[in-house]
Design a protein around this ligand. Sequence first.
Ligand code: 99T
Length: 210
Amino acid sequence: MSTASMTLFHSPASPFVRKVLVVLHETGQTDRVALQTVNLTPVSPVAELNQGNPAGKIPALRLTDGTVLHDSRVICEYLDQQHVGNPLIPKEGWPRWHRLTLASLADAIMDAAVLTRYETFLRPEDKRWDSWIDAQQDKIRRGLANLEQEHIAELTAVFDIAAIGVACALGYIDLRMPEFGWREQQPQLAAWYAQVSQRASMQATDPSVT
Ligand code: 99T
């Protein structure tokens, strides 16, 4: 019998949702959350999702009392305070700000990739703006180059909120932008990603098989 007490509004392709799912797996809390799949884009909102979540984005987590937590950062932090294992987000001091900043870089890469997706897939072809797409892809390239040059040791050290974010961002690029070709320029990042992709949490949430 399910013991789920919370509902996660979810879509398997979303890298932001995947972050939350990986946190649930890594902290042993998957049984606490029921998944409610929604099929949405910015121009096809889902009315139920807007309740308590006016921006209507996923992920959103509905708690037992009906309260809705939204934004993957907030949900991940909430879930990280609900288990007794090692925290995935350092609680205080410089490590907290450092790892959250690295996690923010991962989110920025996801944002740029999702905006690229919307511009290339959703917007009518005659209205697409190449300079916009190029600028978003430049953000991704700068982000990946920075990870390769500055952060491989930190990513390798611990699979925490920062590493989870980077892994989910790379998974999304592979899913939605398979021609992007980042591995040649970032061989250390590619090797790290190949390794963390074997984790049970990453395998269970792989959008290409779920
Ligand atoms: O913008 C919308 O109205 C619908 N889009 C979303 O809900 C996307 C789904 S990724 N989610 C976010 O942008 C959340 C970002 C937020 N800062 C967070 O939660 O961290 C779907 C990608 C795809 O289908 O390819």
